[in-house]
Design a protein around this ligand. Sequence first.
Ligand SMILES: [Zn+2]
Length: 218
Amino acid sequence: MKNIIFIAPPAAGKGTQSKLISTEYNIPHISTGDLLRDEIKSGSILGKELQKVIDEGKLVSNDIIVKLLRERISRVDCNDGYILDGYPRNIEQATIYKDLLSELKKDIGVVIFMDIDKELALSRTENRLICSFCGASYNTSVAELSPAIEGICDKCGHTLRARTDDNKETFLNRFNTYLIETSPLIDYYNNLGILRIIKVNENDSAQDIFNEIKKIIN
Ligand SMILES: [Zn+2]
């Protein structure tokens, strides 16, 4: 099993695919966002510092993220591989991550780039719904992610609503940040010979994409 880095613009379906891979191959799905949230929840001294940084609207430093990441990928459940979601986000972080792997004598593995057109990503964003009660997420532009009854959660029967951060302006901001900061990683990893590309087309189901990913992993 290999370590997997996921690169994708917003709304490509990276979260869904990460979960599918994690279940199929029984390897942890590591998101730096979750690592930060868990640290805050733990109430540790570092967690309290992090809460302060976030409350002040500042960015969490690379030093802190790499500290949490070092601890996480050193655990035994990562020995057979893991999926890294949301990191690295830029060339600076990619360099730091490469050094971390050499230090831990771990293999960088494979980088999966989910390529999706901006227009398709936007339309998927605008069709995302979340349950106001249990937090389950849906997407009416993808058949298998649509609720059985329009506007109603399959799991708990409560009303679905759009996510507050799923408006066009927020999407375009995130997409542009991605283009400026994250897309240079595609060349960076391609030059290392470990980049694999999956094109996300309008009619692709989550399962279609997952089948492509399985071919890469196997
Ligand atoms: Zn629900």
